[in-house]
Design a protein around this ligand. Structure first.
Ligand SMILES: Nc1nc2c(ncn2[C@@H]2O[C@H](COP(=O)(O)OP(=O)(O)OP(=O)(O)O)[C@@H](O)[C@H]2O)c(=O)[nH]1
Ligand SMILES: [Mg+2]
Length: 302
């Protein structure tokens, strides 16, 4: 909860501070609803969520009902409803669980992997990392640094090695050591985008064909600063791979946190974790009730 509060500071300042202001300024009428609509649209919640919220508020105009609190709760209630409609897939059974982490360059894949390893280890699970970004100089060392912070091991080969071969090695090693979770770091950029997608697909293909009984999944990392444009970015990955979860990073450095809503509902993939800073502890499981409560500054949905 604390992390969420901290992480959403800028988003709250842009959205829910002014929203309380509008609702407190008088009776809810057409003019106020218009102001709310402009604010919601400007805050990255997306057209669909904005339309739904505005429709709910319009039902209340002229009702004589007063009080900023009750209107803010209508907003929060509709946001929860929208997130609740997102399909949450069951994690695949099988052992070890193998999570291939993908996303464009610089979104925060490697840091997220370090943070996830730390979090999962803290929960009592054993974790092994696979250094499959063999393209970018120093990527392997960067993952090793994060592994050191999290207190977990890395399977790596030389720069330029075949990422699918590294992933295969890591999974074999995890099976031999009875490790619970393998997290696979991947490149964010190759010579071309097509190359990158082919390489990611190959990691998937090799692992599913060559090792039986693992729980293979792919998570997509998106940078919250990209706002709703992340949806287009995500589509390239969702066409290539069966993405079952999203990690939204850098929530602490943007006012575009509202984009969590359209990203999930447009892609129909849940946000599983959010990144709220640059240290190993700066990750939070995404809980939609905590999120909405933190966003609107009221504990009513907890
Ligand atoms: N403020 C903030 N910074 C973050 C967060 N997550 C990652 N970063 C920063 O984003 C930058 C890129 O992070 P990386 O983990 O290297 O990103 P990447 O996706 O692995 O990048 P490539 O390997 O080049 O594709 C680093 O400076 C991180 O410290 C976050 O939640 N909050
Ligand atoms: Mg990286």
């Amino acid at each position: 909860m604390l992390g969420f509060m901290r992480g959403l500071k800028k988003t709250k300042e842009r959205l829910f501070g002014p929203l309380w202001g509008i609702f407190s300024s008088g009776r809810l009428d057409g003019r106020l609803v218009g102001e709310v609509e402009a604010l919601l649209l400007a805050s990255d919640l997306g057209v669909e969520a904005t339309d739904r919220i505005i429709e709910r508020l319009r039902e209340k105009t002229g009702s004589g009902e007063r009080g900023a609190e009750s209107y803010v709760h209508i907003v929060g209630d509709e946001l929860l409803r929208i997130i609740d409609e997102v399909h949450v897939p069951e994690p695949p059974g099988g052992r070890p669980r193998v999570i291939v982490v993908v996303g464009v360059n610089g979104v925060g894949k490697t840091s997220t992997i370090g943070k996830l390893a730390y979090l999962m280890k803290d929960r009592g699970e054993s974790v092994l990392l696979a250094a499959c970004d063999t393209f970018r100089a120093a990527a392997i060392e960067q993952l090793q640094l994060w592994a050191g912070r999290a207190g977990v091991q890395v399977v790596a080969q030389k720069m330029g090695a075949d990422p699918a071969a590294v992933a295969y090695d890591a999974v074999q090693s995890a099976i031999a050591k009875e490790i619970d979770i393998v997290i696979v770091d991947t490149a964010g950029r190759l010579h071309t985008k097509t190359n990158l997608m082919e390489e990611l697909k190959k990691i998937f293909r090799v692992l599913s064909a060559k090792v039986q009984g693992i729980g293979l999944e792919a998570w997509l990392v998106l940078d919250a600063n990209t706002g709703q444009n992340s949806i287009r970015q995500a589509e390239v990955f969702t066409e290539a791979l069966p993405i079952t979860g999203i990690v939204l990073t850098k929530l602490d450095s943007t006012a575009k946190g509202g984009a969590i809503i359209p990203i999930q509902s447009n892609l129909d993939i849940p946000v599983l974790y959010v990144g709220v800073g640059e240290s190993v502890e700066d990750i939070e499981p995404f809980d939609h009730r905590t999120f909405v409560s933190a966003l609107i500054g009221s504990g009513i949905f907890l």
